[in-house]
Ligand binder design. Structure first.
Ligand SMILES: C[S@@+](CC[C@H](N)C(=O)[O-])C[C@H]1O[C@@H](n2cnc3c(N)ncnc32)[C@H](O)[C@@H]1O
Length: 215
């Protein structure tokens, strides 16, 4: 049988239930906060593709003594909202913003972050940029290198993503698509991240972590 949904029993069981719906999002984000090491005044969090700061705000609520936050986001209005939010939540901390994207050759801060979080950025941005899977991977590899360069020597990356369905197909010349778990894990390993591990999964929702590549 070519596709699982051609099987009548599989179809009746699954129908539209493969993807974890929006009701799972709070759990997904909360699990990222729970997966983090303890954060304090000496820590520097980089929120990459910060959007309006939803993820770093959640982290700031859990770790109000967090020393420093850098928000990296190409959309200026979102970035302003994120900065405002973080300054309110962490009045005694350094909150910095960088109006740029990753994977685009922009000048980004280097070596400063003890923890970098990427909240639903790599897969959606790769897909939205269009083109072939090969084009997507070229961007993704540059983006992952940019994230690695933001981190200090023993820093940690936490990446929250929504993956491809397990039956997604297509190689480098086919249209871009989200990656499977093994493909995304492989990209972090390829970039030199150490101790790459999945710390949460519910259907298509995952969190991967990895430690700064040795330089
Ligand atoms: C789905 S939103 C997630 C926002 C936020 N991290 C969150 O969890 O709510 C994806 C974000 O990535 C940003 N983005 C687009 N291109 C980007 C790039 N090249 N580098 C970093 N962020 C990018 C978008 O502007 C958008 O704010």
């Amino acid at each position: 049988m070519e596709q699982p949904w051609e099987h009548p029993d599989w179809y009746d069981l699954h129908d539209t239930t493969w993807t974890a719906g929006p009701e799972r999002e709070p759990e997904h984000y909360r699990e990222l906060v729970l997966a983090l090491p303890p954060l304090d005044a000496q820590d520097h969090l980089a929120d990459v593709g910060a959007g309006t700061g939803k993820l770093s705000a959640l982290i700031a609520r859990g770790y109000p003594r967090l020393g420093r936050v850098t928000l990296v986001e190409p959309n200026l209005s979102k970035l302003e909202r994120a900065e405002e939010r973080l300054r309110t939540l962490l009045p005694g901390s350094g909150v910095h913003r960088v109006a740029a994207g990753i994977g685009e050759g922009a000048a980004l801060p280097q070596d400063g972050a003890t923890v970098a979080v990427v909240g639903s950025v790599l897969m959606p941005v790769m897909e939205l940029r269009g083109g072939s899977l090969g084009d997507g991977l070229t961007w993704l590899r540059a983006a992952v290198q940019d994230v690695a360069a933001l981190l200090t020597r023993d820093g940690w990356l936490f990446d929250l993503e929504t993956l491809a369905a397990p039956w997604a197909r297509g190689s480098e010349h086919d249209p871009v698509r989200r990656l499977t778990m093994s493909e995304l894990t492989g990209e972090f390993v390829r970039a030199g991240f150490r101790s790459v591990e999945c710390v949460y999964r519910f259907r298509d929702r995952v969190i991967l972590r990895g430690q700064t590549p040795r330089r």
